[in-house]
Design a protein around this ligand. Structure first.
Ligand code: AMP
Ligand code: MG
Length: 582
């Protein structure tokens, strides 16, 4: 028995056996996923670098969909289910909004350089409908992914995309493969108790921060568009019974892959080993094409790469003082990019125990603990992959895990040496411990004086060696001046300037390199909050200003200076509490 979806045979065991979607100019058939879904006709767009960027939605189309070939839930009705066995995806169309959507911001870089679209396309009403989930493109098979996860250390069973729809895959003119997903686009079989929606404030934060992280050199999902509607979305901001209507918003976000550790975990925990192998093979082929080995050796190589890249990713977060806030295994990407922006935050006054998530009472996901949590999560990934690997080789999984700390520490040292403008030449053991001591000393001085993490590094970048050596720190260097209360900073400045001289680093060069490494502007919570308040009054100019500013966070910007974005945070910033309700 099978159901027919357009030109696709969908077997009731959930595996798509044949896909005949063709994207040639002569022949274009499409998958009709859900009869009721209103569709936008699209042209055909093969993978060719000759093509001019699309100015109209009709000129753009997805690449041939591969994801629906993974084990698919045979149930095509969209209703919530606690367990969707033996599936990686469910077919689920976005739910249209009742009020007209408004496109309020878009990333020109993502549209132009990743999706091969001319920003002109954003003026097309059909485009706005598409990126809000009101319309589905021909050739798109909207999917909701089934995954599980360990939340705050405990296995939470099936979670899944409860408010996200994977629209399709796009191989761009540079040959890069990206997956396009809407967040906030309605209920799916995985919505559990949720309404499938995302509110304006959390969507502004995700949109701005994912773009900002990219420009800070942090591997991340990207945000293409932000649309808002007037559909009322009830939210109990602090879970105290005070429910308020907020505006619904949708982010079109893209990632090389949206698979997570939890994607494997749900299959392993449910003992669905056949599906586990199909998924592992799919990810190995599509996301790790450079790994030649197949089967067990391939999974081990993939595991080693995810461990190494995750360690590097988390070290990178540390280097900018950023905490994710909810490092559950369902929020950890197998592509080792930052995903699922929720109650994240940049630390202002340095505190290794900083946590932006007010529900995290135990500080499980605090700034300092992120490196350890990365390892904990990698252990869970190892467990999830273990059924695919012969018992005799499980020691190799353990060996890979043993390498995690070294990857993390090496990257951490490299990044912080870079932040301090130290010559990136190869180091001997002696030099390594010298530089480690230097970094620790600085962090201790910052901790005891509650100095601003971002500003300290910027001050060190903007002051010449003579001033630093003589402790001649001007008032404007407000990060360092806070620190001067501590003798530790004087010790640090002494050792630091000695080290620079020892390495014969030219001071102008040092300052130039450091100013290109240590941002002057970051998306501090209070800055995001001001943009959100204005956005809630339907004024998106501040969101757009921040998007532009954070594209070049290293360069002094007159308007940003006037707004105080590189000045000490206002007093009210300390009282800002982030809600998990998003
Ligand atoms: P998050 O904390 O955003 O990573 O979400 C954890 C899980 O809750 C995921 O499975 C989400 O899809 C789901 N979820 C969060 N918010 C909602 C919502 N408003 N409606 C449905 N599911 C949601
Ligand atoms: Mg999540």
């Amino acid at each position: 028995m099978y159901k027919r979806f357009g030109s696709v045979l969908l077997l009731t065991n959930g595996i798509l056996s044949r896909i005949t979607v063709k994207h040639t100019c002569q022949q274009f058939t499409y998958l009709q996923v859900l009869q009721n879904c209103s569709k936008i006709q699209v042209g055909c767009r093969g993978f060719t670098s000759m093509m001019a960027p699309a100015k109209k939605l009709e000129e753009w189309s997805f690449s041939e969909p591969k994801l629906p070939s993974l084990p698919l839930d045979p149930e095509s009705e969209n209703f919530v289910r606690r367990n969707v066995p033996k599936s990686v995806f469910s077919l689920a169309a976005p739910t249209p909004f009742k009020t007209k959507p408004q496109l309020v911001a878009f990333s020109e870089d993502v549209l132009r350089n990743i999706l091969d679209m001319d920003p002109e396309i954003t003026k097309d009403e059909k485009f706005v409908d598409w990126v809000t989930g009101n319309k589905v493109l021909e050739g798109s098979v909207p999917l909701a992914h089934r995954y599980g996860g360990f939340q705050f250390g405990y296995w939470a069973e099936q979670l899944g995309d409860g408010r996200a729809h994977l629209l399709g895959e796009y191989i761009n003119s540079r040959g890069e493969r990206w997956e396009l997903q809407l967040k906030g686009s309605g209920r799916t079989p995985y919505s559990r108790f949720g309404d499938g929606r995302a509110v304006l404030r959390s969507s502004v934060r995700e949109f701005l921060c994912s773009e900002a992280m990219h420009y800070l050199g942090v591997p991340t999902s990207r945000a293409a568009t932000l649309t808002v509607t007037d559909d009322p979305i009830p939210r109990d901001l602090f879970y105290n019974g005070n429910v308020k209507n907020e505006r619904g918003a949708v982010v079109l976000r893209i990632s090389p892959s949206w698979f997570r550790i939890g994607s494997f975990e749900i299959l392993t925990k449910s003992r669905e080993f056949e599906e586990l192998k199909i998924l592992a093979d799919f990810i190995l082929t599509n996301n790790f094409p450079h790994i030649q080995e197949k089967g067990e050796e391939g999974y081990l190589a993939m595991f080693a790469e995810v461990c190494e890249h995750t360690a590097h990713l988390i070290a990178k977060w540390q280097s900018i003082g950023w905490a994710h806030g909810v490092l559950n295994t369902d929020n950890m990407s197998l592509a080792s990019v930052t995903i699922d922006y929720g109650p994240f935050g940049f630390v202002d006054a340095y505190d290794p125990n900083f946590t932006p998530n007010h529900s995290d009472d135990m500080g499980r996901y605090d700034l300092e603990n992120q490196g350890n949590i990365g390892l904990w999560n990698m252990q869970k990934l190892g467990n999830a992959l273990a059924p695919l690997i012969n018992n005799s080789k499980h020691n190799q999984l353990v060996d890979v895990l043993k390498g995690y700390s070294e990857h993390y520490q090496d990257k951490y040292l490299e990044l912080f040496r870079n932040k301090l403008g130290l010559d990136p030449k190869a180091l001997n053991e002696d030099e390594i411990s010298k530089d480690e001591e230097l970094i620790v000393l600085l962090l201790q001085a910052m901790e005891v004086t509650k100095a601003d993490f971002t500003q300290i590094f910027r001050d060190l970048s903007e002051l010449g060696i003579d001033d630093l050596e003589g402790n001649k720190i001007p008032e404007s260097a407000w990060g360092l001046t806070t620190c001067l209360k501590s003798t530790k900073i004087k010790d640090f400045l002494k050792s630091y300037t000695e080290r620079i001289k020892e390495l014969k680093v030219e001071d102008d060069k040092r300052m130039e390199n450091m100013q290109a490494t240590n941002p002057r502007y970051i998306l501090r919570n209070w800055i995001a909050q001001e943009a959100i308040q204005r956005a809630e009054e339907n004024d998106f100019t501040e969101v757009q200003f921040l998007l532009e500013l954070l594209k070049n966070p290293y360069k002094v910007n007159k308007d940003a200076e006037a707004k105080g974005y590189a000045s000490p945070p206002p007093n009210w910033a300390n009282k800002l509490v982030l809600s998990c309700s998003s």
